[in-house]
Write a protein that binds this ligand. Structure first.
Ligand code: MN9
Length: 296
């Protein structure tokens, strides 16, 4: 068995936020700053055009432009994953090709959503994408948004193919993650919910992709180190601290909140795209206080 993918993809991957300017267009200056700052904090790479990046509110042109720009800013330093998921196979393939052209290490995709596609249709969607490019696929498993909950057997239909190298598991069903890992020990398990990062590590994850690594990556990198050195009590105490911040984020809006925090740290992120709404001033104050008290 070959564990080279685990070596390559382990660690903390911010699901990059998409900064906007005052007109609501992608702010590439801020995107560049964010990439540079996160690389200096020790992240393993980036998950581009994910839910956190508001990808489902971006046009195809914007998604491709972000894919290309991040590769340029990254200059081969971090490992790059592009989330190419769309409701249409044709669009997903177009984005996958854009990622391949920009030198991405992997693509990832949510299951096609909205219509209740059959498993056979979902399976064909994924295989049509991997047939169209030469870079591997990470399944983005997010039942709460996609409405698709793949069973362990169904996940196996993908993972037994060498082109499917892992799962981004954004689900609290950690028993399922453990079962994926037990059946396919050489595949990479990416923890999806930041608030249960440490739980994910103990159930088979060797990597994580998440929103809050845009502004608190060092805390999670530290939790990972503490976990590997067997210092579980200290890891849990740090998880509790970051979770105090995530509690406020979840209450008022994760992307809007992350943007508020990064803007306060000197990277102007603008506001979230409608129909998402920005935080009120009182909510911003509560959030920034939670950051100061727990991460300061
Ligand atoms: O990618 C993120 N999930 C979504 C993972 O954006 C749906 C998480 O990082 C969550 O935003 C975070 C808060 O629940 O854990």
């Amino acid at each position: 068995m070959c564990f080279e993918m685990i070596e390559k993809f382990k660690g903390v991957f911010p699901a990059l936020l998409t900064p906007f300017d005052t007109e609501g267009n992608v702010n590439f200056n801020s995107l560049k700053k964010l990439v540079e700052s996160l690389l200096s904090q020790g992240v393993s790479g980036f998950y581009v055009d994910g839910s956190t990046g508001e990808a489902f509110l971006l046009s195809m042109e914007e998604r491709k432009a972000v894919i290309k720009a991040v590769a340029e800013y990254n200059q081969g330093r971090g490992v790059l994953i592009a989330q190419v998921g769309c409701i249409s196979t044709k669009d997903a393939i177009e984005l996958a090709k854009a990622a391949e052209e920009s030198g991405y290490d992997a693509i990832s995709s949510v299951a096609p959503f909205y219509y209740k596609f059959s498993f056979a249709q979902i399976k064909k969607y994924y295989f049509d994408i991997v047939d169209a490019v030469r870079i591997p696929m990470i399944i983005y498993n997010i039942p709460v948004f996609s409405g698709v909950n793949l069973s362990v057997e169904q996940m196996g239909e993908f993972l037994k193919d060498p082109r499917f190298i892992g799962v981004k598991h954004t689900s609290s069903d950690y028993f399922a993650m453990r079962q994926f890992k037990t059946a396919f020990p050489d595949k990479v398990m990416f923890n999806g919910f930041d608030e249960t990062f440490l739980a994910g590590l103990s159930m088979g994850a060797e990597a994580a992709i998440g929103s809050t690594y845009n502004f608190m990556a060092p805390s999670f990198i530290r939790i990972l180190e503490l976990f590997h050195s067997g210092n579980i009590k200290e890891a849990a105490a740090l998880q509790e601290r970051v979770d105090r911040v995530i509690t406020v984020l979840c209450k008022y809006g994760v992307m809007a909140g992350c943007k508020t925090i990064l803007t306060s740290m000197g990277i102007p992120m603008g506001v979230v795209r409608a129909p998402f709404t920005d935080l009120t001033d009182a909510q911003k104050t509560e959030l920034l206080n939670a950051v100061r008290e727990n991460l300061g």
